[in-house]
Ligand binder design. Structure first.
Ligand code: ADP
Ligand code: G3P
Length: 501
């Protein structure tokens, strides 16, 4: 093998909710090549979401090979791989056959709502918040894992005997890429499981006991930037981070007070709080992020479950657009949404409401409403949800953001970005480099293997491509937002459940 000086590339594998991507970066952190494949979403019941872990692995390996081939590179020229992933999504597989015992239960899936209600009835909510930094919601891996162990016959016993392994998508991919040699995760992903103590940085014995999860099946938890092992073709795997933490790192929000919002399937606003695990009073999560060298830092997070997925719904289920990009054209065709609000609570509501029983709805329909208004309302809903979260975060941190840094697939939409600035009354800064999630993973891997010496070498990369200035007057802004709040209130607690009125 050649040494690090002769290896001039890093590959980031960005395993997202809707697609697997591989992006090759050079020494100046420029994108050399990108390959991407979408994969199937499975909705076996209302509010349930699954992926096939084998398809996740197949698409992720395929795009890596494809990107190398397109760039005309050999794997010997790659210094390291950084992995970043959709978080919380839960995979359980057989250690011997390497086959999953059930589909991956996706972060958006609501099937473990009743398990969460039971945790609340048993008085564990405060403990969960204090220890794991999370709210008691089916979003997180722990109750999804319990569901699998409760529902796949014999699985708990097999897990106890060490025959089955659990992992979030990072663990699953690394185990597959290393031919079953390495079973690890990193602190950022572990902090999303509801099984991990974010203060002591250990799996939490009480949570394992409460959810009846055998410790034998859990991965070893490592830092986000170190060499974990090698692929079968010999490339070092040197970085792991949950995609939202990777984006925070890629945007170089490594100092306390720095924040970004990512507009992908969902929207995730994270603010670095340095070495302080700040406890939210307004529905934010406390989570683990990365400091300047990839070490443990903390962040406050506002997680919105349905952002870009609302646009996918217009495309795939309603079939009123052909492509996500078309939404900008249709939204601009009308001067406003004509009083229409779309609340995309398809999988309940995340921050700051945390209502697994909410369901989506369209409000304000009158005879003059056209498809253009509904499309516009869909985009506006993404911006309103971000306002909900930013308001809550600002109340928690006591600071007002001067500007919001953004990234993710949907920031290509100029209408959305302008409406976002308008409804926040805050400037929105869109970076030139949009692949910040992949970039964050690449940085973590590059720092681990000495490809880059420190983040300082790369600070020049954080260039703003466009600033969106708020242009709506205060009264109009607050009137629109009041309508949104009213619409949200009508979607709450929709699904029938124990304890409902
Ligand atoms: N021009 C656009 N306008 C609005 N939404 C968009 C646009 N382009 C992409 N999207 C949405 O962004 C999401 C894809 O972003 P991405 O960051 O790749 O997400 P993920 O990592 O969650 O798979 C999709 O949900 C898609 O509908
Ligand atoms: O796939 P994304 O980019 O929407 O991210 C999903 C989040 O990690 C879920 O917590």
């Amino acid at each position: 093998m050649t040494d690090i000086q002769n290896k001039n590339y890093i590959i980031a594998l960005d395993q997202g909710t809707t697609s697997s991507r591989a992006i090759i970066f050079d020494r100046d952190a420029n994108v050399v090549c990108t390959a991407q494949r979408e994969f199937a979403q499975h909705y076996p019941q209302a509010g349930w979401v699954e992926h096939d872990p084998m398809e996740i692995f197949a698409t992720q390996s395929a795009v890596m090979v494809e990107a190398l081939a397109q760039a005309g590179l050999h794997h010997d020229q790659v210094a390291a791989i950084g992995i970043t992933n959709q978080r919380e999504t839960t995979v359980v597989w057989d250690k011997t056959t390497g086959r999953p015992i059930y589909n991956a239960i996706v972060w958006q899936c609501r099937r473990s709502t009743e398990i969460c209600q039971q945790l609340k009835r048993d008085g564990h909510e405060q403990y969960i918040s204090d220890t794991t930094g999370l709210v008691t919601d089916p979003y997180f891996s722990g109750t999804k894992l319990k569901w699998i162990l409760d529902n796949v016959e014999g699985s708990r016993e097999r897990a106890r005997k060490g025959e089955l392994l659990f992992g979030t998508v990072d663990s699953w991919l690394i185990w597959k890429f290393t031919g079953g040699k390495v079973h690890v995760t990193d602190y950022t992903n572990a902090s999303r499981t509801m099984l991990f103590n974010i203060h002591t940085l250990e799996w939490d014995a009480k949570m394992l006991d409460v959810l009846d999860i055998p410790r034998e099946m859990l991965p070893e938890v490592k830092s986000s930037s170190e060499i974990y092992g090698h692929t079968k073709s010999g490339i070092a795997i040197g970085g792991i981070a949950g995609d939202q933490q990777a984006a925070l790192f890629g945007q170089m929000c490594v100092e306390p007070g720095q924040a970004k919002n990512t507009y992908g399937t969902g929207c995730f606003l994270l603010m670095n709080t340095g070495d302080k695990a700040v406890k939210s009073k307004h529905g934010m999560l406390t989570t683990i992020a990365c400091g300047p060298r990839g070490e443990v830092a903390y962040a406050l997070e506002g997680a919105v479950f349905n952002g870009g997925s609302t646009v996918q719904w217009l495309r795939d289920e309603l079939k009123i657009i052909n492509d996500a990009h078309d939404t900008e054209y249709f939204a601009n065709k009308v001067k406003d949404s004509n009083g229409v609000y779309l609340v995309p609570a398809f999988t309940g509501l995340g921050a700051p409401y945390w209502d697994p029983y909410a369901r989506g709805a369209l409000f304000g329909l009158t005879r003059g409403v056209r498809v253009d208004h509904i499309i516009r309302a869909a985009l506006e809903s993404i911006a309103y949800q971000t306002r909900d979260v930013l308001d809550a975060m600002q109340q928690d941190s006591g600071e007002r953001l001067k500007a919001l840094r953004v990234d993710g697939g949907a920031v290509a939409n100029n209408f959305l970005m302008q409406f976002q600035a308008d409804i926040l009354g805050t400037q929105v800064e869109r970076p030139k480099m949009r692949e910040t999630t992949a970039l964050g993973a690449a940085y973590l891997a590059g720092l681990a293997c000495g490809f880059w010496g420190s983040l300082d070498e790369l600070r020049g990369k954080a260039v703003i491509e466009r600033e969106f200035e708020p242009a709506l007057d205060e009264t109009a802004k607050e009137k629109l937002y009041a309508g949104w709040k009213k619409a949200v209130s009508r979607t709450r607690d929709w699904e029938p459940h124990e304890g409902a009125e």
